[in-house]
Each structure stands twice: as C-alpha cells, then as structure tokens.
Design a protein around this ligand. Structure first.
Ligand code: GLA
Length: 797
C-alpha cells in the first residue's frame, strides 16, 4: 500500500480501486486536491452520479458527487432500507478537516500543524454550511501537562511527553519505546474514511478507520497497525480509538457492574479529574463491567432529555475502556483490548487489526441513546441484519432436569412444552461424555450412550414431530480434568509450566489460541451439526481464565493468547454459521458474562443472567437494555419459589417479566397443574401477538425499579401501530395508588384502543384515547399488594 500517489494514479485509483474494487491507495492531501479538481471537471461535464455499494449498511447506495467549492469531496450514502438520514463524508482539503454526518449526528476531526489528528466536534447534527477552521493543538498547562498531553487526539502513540492514556504503545527490538504518530494521508471512499499515520522515524503505520451508520449516526472505529520496519515489534498496549467529548465540567458516567446471578447493575458517577477504568482482565467479556458506557450531563433527570455520548466495544476478550478527565477538564474515552498483562508480537510485514469501538450521540437522553443502539444492533450488527428473525418461544431443560437428561425425560418435557405453543425445544447440559454432574465430561463431545442409547436422533425426530425446532447446549472452550480429552491432551489448557492449574466449576480453559484446539473444536462441532438436525446451539462458557500461559510458543508470543483466543472463537462461529446457515447460536457465559457487540455480530441471542427470579430480572433487564436490544435478551419463566431468592411469584408475574424480552420457559413442566398450562398457553399466544413490538420496537423506560415501588416499560412498534406497556408493582404501601403512567413515543393526533392483556386497567379508563391524552393525561392501572403485574396494549386506529 503506497503512502503517496500521483494525480493520474489518484484518478485511476478513484475509478478503479476505490469505486470498483474495495481497497486502493492512499493519497497525500495535495495529490488529492488534483484528483478532486480533475474529478470536478469530469463530474460537471458528464453530470455523473456514481452509485457505489456501501459495505457498512448492506443494501445501501452511496451517491458520489464532487463539489467544486474549496476542492472538497462530498460522499452521500443513502440506505435503501430506510431512505432517511444519509451518512455523508466531507473532506476540506485546505483545512485538512474531515466531517461525517449520519442520523442526527455530526463528527468532525482534523489534522493540526503538528500532524496530529484531533477531534473537532462530536454532537448534534450541524448545518452543512458550517465552517470548521483547521485543527490547532492544545496550549497545554505549564510544563507538567505539555500540549501533546492535552490535545484531544483521535489516536496517539505513547511517546514524547504523553501522560494521558495512549492508544498505542510499542517496544522495538532495540529497546526503543518512543512512538510519535503523524498524519500521512487519507482515503475517503466505500463508505469509509481511512486516515494513515506514521511514526516520525520508524516504519510503523497506523490506519484509523471510520464508518458511520447513516440511520443512527453510530460511528464504528478501529485501527490497523502495520509493521514495515523489517523486524518484529511488540505491541504493549493498543486501543481501537479515543472519543473526545466537548469541553464540559458536569459530566456523569453510566456503566454497569455485576457478578454471577447479579449482572447488569446500573451505576452512575460524576466524571472527575483522573481516570476511571471499566475493564475485564478475565480473558473474556465478564460481567463485573460490560464494555459499554454512556456519558451525559449530571443535571439531566429525564430519560429522554439532554445530550448523551455513548460507546461499546465489539470485543469478547479482556477489554478496557478508560474514561479520563485531563488537566484542562477535557474528557476522553479510550477503549480496546485490556493493556493488563498484554502484548502482541507483530512480525515484520504483518498488520494488527484492533476490534471495533462503536460510538454514538443523542440529544434526547439515555432513553434515546439506548434506542439508537437497539436499532443499530438490529438493523446493522446482528448476523441477519437488517432482518434478523424474531426470537422463537423456547423451552430449556436446565432448571427442570439439570444434568439428569435422558431420552424419555426430555421427550416428556417436549410433549408438554409443545402444548403451550413453544417453538423451539432446547436440551441443556448433561447429554455428552460421562457427564453426570459438573465434575466430568467437558471436552468429550460424544452422545452419552446410557442416556441416549440410540443417539440424539430419536429425541430430535420427536421434537420435530411435535412441531418444534431442536436446540442443544455446548461448552466448547472448556475441559474437565476428568475427561478423555484432558487425559490425552493435558497440554491443551491455558497453563504456566510447572505451576498449579486453578479449576473453576471443576473445569479448565482450553487454549483456543492453539491451532490444534481450534481445529478440534471446529471438527466436533461441525460433525455434531452435520449429523443432526440442530437449529440452535447454546454456546456456554462457565468460568474465567487463570494462569493464562501458552508455553508451546516462543516467550515473545505467549501473550498473543489474549487476542488469538478470541479471534479463533469468532472464527469458529463464523465458519459454523457459513457451513450451517440454518443453525442459530446463543452466547451464554454462566449467565451474562459474554455479552458485547463482538459476539452479537455472530450470535442470534444472548443469555443475560442465570438469575431467573422475575423480580430480580426487572433490574437485570433494565441494565441490559441500556446497551442491548430486548430482541436478543432471553428471559425464561421458571419455577416458583425461585432457586435464587426463594421468592414466590405468580405465574402471570413471571410471564409478564419474561415477555419484556425474548420469551422462554425453563420450568419443570412435570410439576405444573392444569391451570398453569392454561395460563401459560394463553400467555404464549399473547406474546406472539406483541413480540415484534417488544423485540423490534422503541423501548421507553417509564419507571425504573431502582427508583421506587414500580417498574414500567413501554415498547412502540416500528410502524407505530402497536404499543405494549408492562407494569410491575413491587409492594404497596400506605394505601397509595400505583403511580400514573404517562406514555411516550405515540402519535399525538392518532387514536388508540386500550386493552389489558393481563391484569386490569383502573375503572373509568377510556376504551380509546388520543396519543396526546395518553401521553399527557396518562393511564391508571389497578395494581395493589406485593409483586403484582399487568400489561396493556394500545392499537392505533
Ligand atoms: C450455565 C448456564 C446455565 C446452564 C448451565 C449448565 O450456568 O448459564 O443456563 O446452561 O451452565 O451447566
């Protein structure tokens, strides 16, 4: 890849590489000026409108027109899916200012006189005619915070006098660790802005990549580090990029904390001077933090008001998001693989591609920020975006039978599940190897002959004959020491030679970074899916890393495990999806420990928590939906009293709680009474009538379980024809009525029919009302007592 090109090359490149072929050469700014001028003439004479395929949003078009004014290039991408809010890229050659517009967002960056690339603006959409001056480096603050430390870099190497979080830190073979990146060239095309930087003396190139979603304005960023030095070097720290917020002193950070059975606790705290690090050092995503953040102004109270900047990493390995307020009270957010215990050897000629870091902005509060994320996930990120399948209602055997699965037992459950309208029957843990409990069997992926003497086929056929799809649980990255696999390949686990190996749930982690382990998992999973008609795989992962050594490779490459493990995990999912396109996947990790935008790109749904207590779920589901769409959020109705809290809840309450996401049933149906079957059957039917609204619609969080005795959510369908409201009362006190519900997101002038789908509206509630009435006068529901729930729909006339 050249760093410069002649004008004629540029033009040819423009037509043949950038347009026809994905890729092409980088042009230095002055060459691009010529390119642009020549292009202008051609464009004006011929009046050409070029239509390009746009990769970020499939099935979109880019209309490329070239403007003569100031030698600037304007690229317009308009989605075919929805013809609104085209993403546009604009490059002011003279000022070296790049501007991206999408949704209601404008993002502007520029190259300053020092050759540093810095953020100029990230926020609400600005008029197209707005002019941005060339970027200027910061003044710094005395000798302690020199300009390089306070300039809002898009991407900065650790070198010179940099004291804030670097995006890239490299150790060269001679011990040199100074890295100073300067702008070299840019490429604008194919819906992507690429900016190439290079170290001031060494042949280290870093390409910053930007793609903006035209619908939501969510920007996808990553960086590619290229080693042209002629010798290997070691990356000690690498980020996907840094987000710089506008100058402000009242910022508040939203994030989640959690643990097993208690994931997705929302936290908020002021952004102070210094650094707050959200992270996982555990090898995978983890639930202690999730790789997602939102930052708003602390004064904002309403869910749907105020400016919010948010971001999420697409990475399922150890990760880090550092939120830092510098000496000038500027806030920067840097994210990527975790720098702790990290290194990656980049051999000469090789490139290192970072994960994606997605970022967005809303001027309508954290509520709208979540809705933008949901929409982006459904329309652009999930495996079948923009039309992922609605989640089928599933039954899962885990809480009913745990490891005690066998053919007659599963058939009995399947027969009962089918009568409820369940669409997919999933057999959980216990079907393979010598698996009687969690002490043995992981790694031996053959069907247990005592439990299933004729293999899985008779059960699968039975499930199909009952009109359901069949799904199966696996945990491919794990091994029990009590397994044939471990006895044969004790060296396949993560380990430091001669050191203890810490077990978790009696299992060790296979080193998926190893080519032989990667090949083994590919082979047995492919065989399983080839030999059996399996529509769904629940891919579990039930512990974190310990002693993460990889003694089989040279010392300098052993820490590559942090990246190669995750890449191989993705690769297996990718290959399986390609070979078995009718099989869907769920990401589960002892609950919600592997939920992120990286795994969501390759899986159809995720399991938020092993905690299935329907009241606890109100908190879990609220936290989850700050970042992730209810369309992938699995929620089961399980037995009562629940095993987590021994809390007793009515079947209606349990159903309504699970119906806020993707409905599943995980109860022991053998213990159900006829009236339970009747309730469940009716609830499943009701759910099917609202699931598109719940899974695809716009979610409004009207009352938070964290703030009082009520939880209320409302989902409005994309076409605006249906809204579904769920209301939960935790506990009545002192004869107070349930708080009035003021709906949101309706059409003021439309008329809606109200209907309770479970429980009761208050006496006197009108049978129909205008959107204006419902949003301003509101709706009262009849809930009293402890742990009561109801739901109602609005249907637009
Ligand atoms: C994890 C999952 C559960 C279940 C068990 C099986 O804990 O989160 O849903 O699959 O493993 O062992």
């Amino acid at each position: 890849m050249g760093v410069s090109c002649h004008a004629t090359d540029c033009m040819a490149n423009y037509f043949f590489n950038k347009i026809v072929v994905n890729g092409g050469m980088f042009c230095e700014a002055q060459h691009c000026f010529w390119k642009v001028s020549i292009m202008n003439v051609i464009s004006l004479l011929a009046g050409v409108v070029l239509k390009l395929s746009y990769h970020f949003v499939q099935k979109s078009l880019i209309r490329l027109s070239v403007l003569g004014i100031f030698g600037s290039v304007l690229l317009t991408a308009s989605s075919l899916a929805a013809q609104t809010a085209p993403a546009r890229m604009h490059f002011d050659v003279d000022a070296k200012v790049f501007r991206l517009d999408g949704g209601d967002v404008t993002y502007v960056l520029g190259v300053n006189g020092e050759g540093q690339v810095q953020t100029l603006y990230w926020g609400k959409h600005l008029p197209e005619a707005e002019h941005f001056d060339a970027a200027r480096p910061s003044q710094g603050n005395a000798s302690f915070d020199p300009p390089v430390t306070t300039t809002p870099h898009e991407y900065v190497g650790w070198g010179g006098a940099l004291y804030v979080q670097p995006d890239l830190k490299i150790t060269f073979p001679d011990g040199n660790r100074d890295l100073v990146l300067k702008y070299v060239s840019n490429k604008v095309g194919d819906g992507e802005l690429a900016i190439m930087m290079k170290d001031i003396s060494r042949e280290v190139y870093v390409t910053l990549q930007y793609q903006m979603d035209p619908e939501t304005g969510i920007l996808r960023r990553s960086a590619e580090v290229e080693n042209r030095t002629g010798a290997p070097f070691t990356i000690e720290q690498v980020a996907s990029g840094t987000w710089n917020l506008p100058r402000g002193t009242d910022y508040r950070l939203h994030y989640v904390t959690g643990r097993w059975a208690g994931e997705w606790h929302l936290q908020e705290q002021p952004v102070h001077g210094g650094m707050t690090v959200l992270e996982s050092r555990r090898g995978t995503t983890g639930s202690q933090n999730n790789p997602w953040f939102m930052i708003d102004h602390a004064i904002t109270k309403d869910q749907d008001e105020g400016s919010v900047w948010f971001g999420a990493l697409g990475w399922s390995g150890s990760w880090q998001i550092a939120v830092e307020q510098d000496a000038l009270q500027q806030v920067r957010v840097t994210g990527g693989p975790n720098a702790f215990d990290f290194s990656y050897l980049v051999k000469k000629g090789d490139r290192f591609q970072t994960p994606y870091f997605y970022g967005g902005y809303s001027s309508h509060g954290v509520g709208d920020a979540s809705r933008l994320l949901h929409r982006f996930e459904v329309d652009s990120l999930l495996p079948h975006a923009p039309t992922p399948k609605l989640r089928p209602v599933l039954y899962n055997s885990w809480e009913a039978t745990e490891f005690r699965v066998d053919e007659p037992g599963q058939v009995a459950l399947a027969e009962k599940a089918a009568t409820l309208g369940v669409e997919r029957f999933v057999m959980d843990d216990g079907w393979f190897g010598q698996r009687k409990d969690d002490h043995a069997g992981l790694g031996d992926w053959y069907v247990n002959p005592q439990k299933f003497p004729n293999g899985l086929k008779p059960l699968i056929n039975k499930v199909h004959s009952l009109g359901m799809e069949f799904g199966l649980w696996v945990e491919p990255e794990m091994v029990n020491p009590d397994s044939d696999l471990y006895r044969k390949h004790p060296d396949w686990v993560l380990n430091f030679s001669g050191r203890p190996q810490t077990e978790g749930r009696n299992q060790l982690v296979l080193n998926l970074a190893r080519p032989d382990v990667h090949a083994y998992v590919l082979q047995w999973l492919d065989k399983l899916l080839t030999e059996n008609d399996i529509s769904f795989i629940k891919w579990d992962y039930n512990r974190n890393w310990a002693e993460p050594g990889w003694p089989a490779v040279p010392v300098g490459e052993q820490k590559n495990v942090y990246v190669d493990f995750t890449r191989n995990f993705y690769d297996i999912l990718e290959q399986m999806r390609k070979k078995h396109p009718n099989t869907e996947f769920e990401s589960c990790s002892g609950g919600g420990s592997r939920v992120d935008l990286g795994v969501m790109h390759l899986t159809d749904e995720v399991w938020p928590s092993d905690n299935t207590d329907a009241y606890d779920r109100q908190f879990i589901q609220e936290g989850f939906t700050y970042a992730y769409t209810p369309g992938v959020m699995m929620a089961w109705v399980t037995d009562s009293p629940n095993w987590v809290n021994h809390r007793t809840l009515s079947l209606d309450y349990r159903f309504l709680s699970a119906m806020q996401g993707s409905l599943g049933i995980g109860a022991n149906l053998n213990n159900w009474k006829p009236e339970d079957f009747a309730t469940a059957k009716q609830m499943v039917a009701t759910y099917k009538g609202i699931r598109e609204t719940v899974q695809r619609g716009s979610l409004y969080r009207l009352m938070s379980p964290r703030e009082g005795e009520a939880t209320v959510t409302e989902s409005v369908s994309r076409d605006g024809k249906q809204a579904v409201t769920f209301a939960f009362l935790h506990s009545s006190t002192q004869n107070y009525p349930f708080p009035r519900i003021y709906l949101r997101g309706l059409d003021e002038n439309a008329v809606y029919d109200l209907k309770a789908i479970s429980g009761k509206l208050s006496p006197g509630t009108p049978a129909f009302a205008s959107g204006a009435y419902l949003m301003n006068f509101g709706v009262d529901v009849d809930l009293r007592g402890d742990f009561q729930a109801m739901a109602f729909t609005l249907s637009r006339r």
